[in-house]
Design a protein around this ligand. Structure first.
Ligand code: PEP
Ligand code: MG
Length: 886
């Protein structure tokens, strides 16, 4: 018999898959003996069964009744008991936290009778009616599908009528009136009545939470966070405790450390006389947690002790939600808290220093993505005027963009390439698409734990919230500062999420301290020390080498400073651009061997000089130089432009220049419908006489020059786009000949290992044969992904990837993160067969995936010797290669 419901006393945090994060952690706190209101959890298994069949799984409702009875007998009253009702909350809780994305219904058990009972036993009419109107509002929108804005509008209208500045100024009679109006609204909108039966309320609320797993904003959030769609949510049912019983009650959210900077010390927001939802929604402005110490010292001390217990127990930053009901503290939620990249590094280092974590565990807590974020620049405010406003620094970083005032506008403008800042009074889960589209989020209300802050931090977006000096006019699409400055939609503003400031116009940017450290090795206190420590440990334990893709001495030097252990890919075609393009044109247009040789002779010294510079920057380290790869027509003018130019000349009655005519003929001759699958890579080397020889001579002569200058070079020659061993054998013969010639001429022996890229499925599948001719392999996973999937790497991301991501064909673009199942399998085959044929074969990867954290872990597991990535990703790859060994 399948079991669907678990009491808090039965579970623990290791059951998050079954009980959801919230339920599992409530169970954990219960086991730790912390004051948690009793409750039970309907499992994710029940949700999956419900979503699969559309029907309540068999036996579930009986189990719910049984567990409810236990709470009832513990409390000595029944759900919705007319004279003294037990009330419960119903909340979602998935395996991975999805803040605000699914539904919650509070105060279940209230009806026209029990509201009276609650008023009597609490001695507080206003509280009872306020709870009832909250229930109807939440139930009406969540369970019965009435537009939530309609309830809000009614509430606003009543407040205006009564001249009430906020909810607290509405009295019990007002709220009772609102309850009637809400009930009527539900009936008008749905034709159905708000259910008076507490059991029916509970049952329908649980199913509504299940359904909210497939709600639009939950799906969007999952896609963005790469959370699988088939996990389902658990539902937590818990006895209500009340933060809105008067001044001796309240609700708050707290962190055991500052989630923005990682600094130790309790951190959070408290709202007296309020329920938890009010704090997170940012409806009223909260007070800092420190003020609770004055308001209720006993609860504050208990809270501090519990948080200490939790941090020690979880060995990590915890965030909690709590409620104080008439001086009694209740813990309503805890979880390992979301944090910024800066906080992640700082906290991991500190917990390791405190001995709570081993250094390796500390390394597991940080990420390459976080490091990449810390490498972003900051604002240079030395020359800027005063900020327009200050707010709470909720998610760090610097963003410049056009102010927009609603989610749809943010999406629209971002789609056309504009950088935008979403400005709202406060955000709700409905703003999610706009937050995804925006570079930064700015709100005038809400604390560090408001929806805007939590979601922005999770996404790595810049966020300043609670900028109370701003008056945001969403309808008028503008905001006004305290001194009367008006900022209209579209005006550029700068948002400093680290300092909590907003500036007019575009503030200039400066490098981050972490970037400065990476460039210069200069350490400073705080996060830089934590990053330095993590990288040092990663370097000590990793088995993957990290090289860089670099084509200029400047890039090579930077990569070296960033810790690259060589160059894994020098794309020589990048050396044929600019001025030199003309020379390549000459080579292509050459009518005879002599003309081609002349063109190649002119290119030779230029290439040699490039190689000398790069070899010098990477002295003593391997430098893999790849022979020319792209189709030659890329070096010729665009066919259409050229044809138009010639036609225009002719239309003027003039004769086109012979060169233009010649060029057009060449462009037409060389045109390919599928150039990516055409005459490129090794194929060029085999059909354009002298090209390979020129490039190899340039490399060899550069080696001679560096050797004579006392350098120590390790140039490696790499052949692109090989699909068959014969291609490699032919080119290799030519390469060896030139190396021997240069050695003879110069008297300096030149040895360069010759290897190949593995970037075609055929190459991977015949890797054993290819390894007979190759001293090393380097996976070109860009082309290998392109050719394995049959996706044009230049077109598909714009064309249909968003639809594929939507439909769940894949969770991330396979051009970003290696497709382990398909492309990864080819990599595995090639590694195994290549090494079987030649045990000394050195194997790396130089496609974009070499700098992608998830892919780095795959390459580690696949047994590669190195990854090679762009210079800026080198520190990320070093860190991830270290983490991969854990
Ligand atoms: C690759 O295909 O992965 C690669 C590194 O080569 P390129 O991107 O230059 O085609
Ligand atoms: Mg390639």
């Amino acid at each position: 018999m399948v079991r669907y419901v678990y009491d808090f006393t039965e579970g623990g945090r290791d059951l998050a898959g079954l009980l959801g994060g919230k339920g599992a952690n409530l169970a954990e706190m219960t086991r730790l003996g912390l004051p948690v209101p009793p409750g039970f959890i309907v499992s994710t298994e029940a949700c999956r069964a419900f979503l699969a069949t559309g029907a309540e799984p068999e036996g579930m409702s009986q189990e719910v009744s049984r567990h409810l009875s236990a709470i009832e007998s513990d409390a000595g009253r029944r759900l919705g008991q007319p004279d003294d009702p037990l009330l419960v909350s119903v909340r979602s809780g998935a395996r991975f936290s999805m803040p605000g994305m699914m539904e919650t219904v509070l105060d279940i058990g209230l009806n026209d009778d029990s509201v009276m009972g609650l008023a009597k036993v609490s001695g507080n009419d206003r509280f009872a009616w306020d709870s009832y109107r909250r229930l109807i509002q939440m139930f009406g929108s969540t369970v019965m599908g009435v537009d939530g804005a309609l309830f809000n509008r009614m509430m606003t209208r009543l407040k205006e009528l009564r001249g009430a500045p906020d909810d607290l100024h509405l009295d019990a009679a007002d709220l009772a009136e609102l309850v009637e109006a809400y009930k009527q609204l539900i009936h008008e909108e749905t034709g159905d009545y708000f259910p008076q039966s507490p059991a029916e309320q509970l049952r329908r609320a649980i199913l509504a939470v299940f359904r909210s797993w497939n709600g639009e904003r939950a799906r969007l959030y999952r896609r963005r966070e790469h959370i699988p769609d088939d996990l389902g949510t658990a539902v937590t049912v818990q006895r209500m405790v009340y933060g809105n019983l008067g001044r001796d009650s309240g609700s708050g959210v707290a962190f055991t450390r500052d989630p923005a900077t990682g600094r130790p010390g309790l951190y959070g927001d408290y709202l007296p006389n309020a329920q938890g939802e009010d704090v997170v929604a940012g409806i009223r402005n909260t007070v800092p947690l420190a003020e609770l110490e004055q308001l209720d010292p006993r609860s504050y001390r208990q809270l501090r002790d519990h948080m200490h217990t939790l941090e020690r127990h979880y060995r990590d930053l915890c965030d909690i939600e709590f409620t104080i009901e008439r001086g009694t503290l209740w813990m309503l939620q805890t979880r390992v808290g979301k944090r910024t990249a800066e906080a992640a590094f700082t906290i991991a280092a500190e917990l390791a220093d405190e001995g709570l974590l081993t250094p390796r565990e500390g390394l597991a807590r940080v990420s390459g993505d976080g490091l990449a974020r810390l490498m972003f620049p900051r604002f240079d405010t030395s020359t800027t005027g005063d900020p327009l406003a200050h707010g709470i620094p909720a998610s760090p970083g610097a963003a410049v963009g056009a102010a927009v005032f609603d989610s749809a506008e943010a999406v629209r403008r971002a789609a056309s390439g504009e950088t935008v800042v979403l400005v709202r009074e406060e955000t709700t889960p409905d703003d999610l698409p706009g937050m995804v589209a925006a570079r930064a989020v700015l709100t005038s209300r809400g604390g560090k734990t408001s929806h805007a802050a939590v979601v922005a931090r999770g996404m790595g977006k810049v966020c300043v919230c609670g900028a109370e000096e701003l008056s945001v006019d969403t309808a008028g699409r503008r905001f006004t500062t305290r001194d009367g400055t008006v900022v209209e939609q579209g005006s550029v503003i700068s948002v400093d999420g680290s300092a909590g400031a907003v500036y007019a116009g575009a503030v200039p940017l400066v490098d981050s301290a972490v970037m400065r450290f990476l460039e210069t090795g200069e350490r400073s206190a705080g996060v830089v020390g934590a990053v330095a420590g993590a990288l040092q440990l990663a370097d000590e334990i990793r088995t993957l080498e990290v090289r860089a893709n670099a084509d200029t001495p400047k890039d090579a030097a930077r990569a070296h400073r960033f810790g690259a252990q060589g160059i894994g890919l020098c794309r020589t075609e990048h050396m044929f651009l600019g001025e030199r393009r003309k020379l390549v044109e000459e080579m292509i247009l050459a009518r005879d061997d002599a003309a081609r040789d002349r063109a190649l002779d002119t290119l030779l010294p230029l290439q040699r000089q490039d190689f000398v510079g790069i070899l010098e920057a990477m002295d003593g380290l391997p430098v893999t130089i790849r022979l020319l790869d792209p189709p030659l027509h890329e070096f010729l003018p665009d066919r259409t432009n050229l044809a138009v130019r010639i036609a225009a000349t002719e239309a003027r009655g003039e004769q086109p220049s012979p060169r233009d005519a010649e060029l057009l003929a060449a462009v037409r001759r060389m045109h390919e419908d599928n150039p990516m699958l055409g005459l490129r890579g090794v194929r060029l080397g085999l059909v354009v006489p002298g090209l390979v020889a020129m490039q190899v001579r340039a490399i060899a002569e550069a080696v001679v020059e560096r050797t004579r200058a006392g350098g120590s070079t390790e140039a490696e020659i790499m052949v692109p786009l090989v699909g068959d061993v014969t291609e490699l054998r032919l080119v290799r013969g030519e390469v060896e000949q030139v190396l021997a010639d240069v050695s003879d001429e110069s008297g300096v022996p030149v040895h360069c290992p010759v290897g190949t890229m593995i970037e075609l499925p055929r190459a991977a599948l015949t890797a054993g044969r290819i390894a007979e001719e190759a001293e090393f392999f380097s996976f070109g996973t860009n082309d290998l992904t392109q050719t394995t999937w049959g996706f044009s790497r230049d077109d598909v991301e714009a064309a249909f990837f968003s639809a594929y991501l939507d439909k769940g064909v894949f969770a991330t673009s396979p051009f970003e993160t290696i497709d382990r199942e398909g492309v990864g399998r080819l990599v595995g085959i090639a590694v195994a067969e290549g090494r079987a044929a030649r045990p000394s074969l050195k194997i790396g990867v130089c496609g974009e995936h070499g700098g992608d954290p998830d892919s780095v872990h795959f390459f580690h597991t696949a047994g590669l010797d190195y990854v090679s990535c762009s210079p800026f990703r080198v520190p990320v790859a070093r860190l991830e290669a270290g983490r991969a060994t854990g």
